[in-house]
Design a protein around this ligand. Structure first.
Ligand code: DQA
Length: 148
């Protein structure tokens, strides 16, 4: 069974409360429980992590090296400026999919640039929490195509 680390960055613990018109009314726990159900169907093992601290996220990504098969990550605002997170993702070189609940390209200018996008397989932006489900499906497809 393949193992995926699902990472959520700063402020995503506030989902449900935080700007529901932008991020929806589901909590992170709601999203994680739906992903757990999907993981059963997709035969994936998931580990969830959320942190508001850059270093914690980096350490978790490092720990994924040699223990996980892939990463789904919503880096929150770190998307736009954390070269350290980007370097962590490229260091472990695991297939990763970047997810944003909101369409970052429709929002403020500072959100239009992702420093992490160049080191991931692909990015899903603006499809709400469905983006996380699509990210898991995309990783499964990636493993199949690689013949793993
Ligand atoms: C976000 C978009 C980021 O710009 C923002 O800082 C977030 C959430 C999203 O999921 O849409 O925290 O990553």
């Amino acid at each position: 069974m393949r193992s995926i680390l699902v990472v959520n960055g700063p402020n995503l613990n506030m989902l449900g409360v935080r700007e529901p018109e932008v991020y929806g009314s589901e909590t992170l726990a709601d999203i994680e429980s739906r992903l757990s159900e999907l993981a059963l169907e997709l035969d994936l093992q998931l580990e969830f992590v959320q942190s508001n601290y850059e270093g914690d996220l980096i350490t978790k990504i490092h720990e994924a090296y040699a223990t996980k098969d892939g990463i789904v990550i919503n880096p929150g605002a770190f998307t736009h400026y954390s070269y350290a997170l980007r370097d962590a993702l490229s260091s472990v070189a695991l297939p990763a999919v970047e997810v944003h609940l909101s369409n970052i390209y429709k929002r403020e200018e500072f959100r239009h640039h992702s420093v992490t996008a160049p080191v991931v397989l692909g990015q899903i932006s603006g499809l709400g929490s469905y983006g996380y489900e699509l990210a898991l499906m995309a990783l499964v497809r990636y493993f199949e195509e690689k013949g793993e």
